[in-house]
Design a protein around this ligand. Sequence first.
Ligand SMILES: [Zn+2]
Ligand SMILES: [Zn+2]
Length: 177
Amino acid sequence: MEKDSILLITHGHFEKEFLDRTAILVAREFRLPITIKENHSDLSEFYDPTRRQYDGHKLLQDIDARYSSSSMIRVGLFRVDLFIPILTFIFGQAAFNGSTGVASLYRLRNEQYGIKKNEALLLERFSKVIIHEIGHAMGLIHCHIPGCVMQPSTYVEDIDQKNHEFCPNCRHKIDLF
Ligand SMILES: [Zn+2]
Ligand SMILES: [Zn+2]
């Protein structure tokens, strides 16, 4: 199914300028219009008190159900710490070959690692994670070409090593999508 737009759904407070800049970076990669929507619903049902984190898998399912549309890619944006059962934490995740993704800036903030706050770097990282997850949603798997945004990232430093852009191979697949 051809996608004609991207919907970013915020959960929690994001500054408008930060969101607008994120949207510009994401739109540039996919050449699709972006809409931003705020969701103020309570996330407590997704909270795992043992892990003190939010279930990324359940959030993904919730967004998929709540904003179902065949022509739109939906990405939930979060500020809280996300996990999936097999991993300690995730920066984001997507339903492979679906239309839905999630991304959180929680682990992307320098402050999380005891380093001085850096909004410009946070914006870079966050938009790369979103682009990466939309890539998965469009059916792309991890790519090992240096610099490609589809390179896997275990640590935040891995995100800093890659670009916003897809390598020519991944780009080609996105363009066929
Ligand atoms: Zn990935
Ligand atoms: Zn690639």
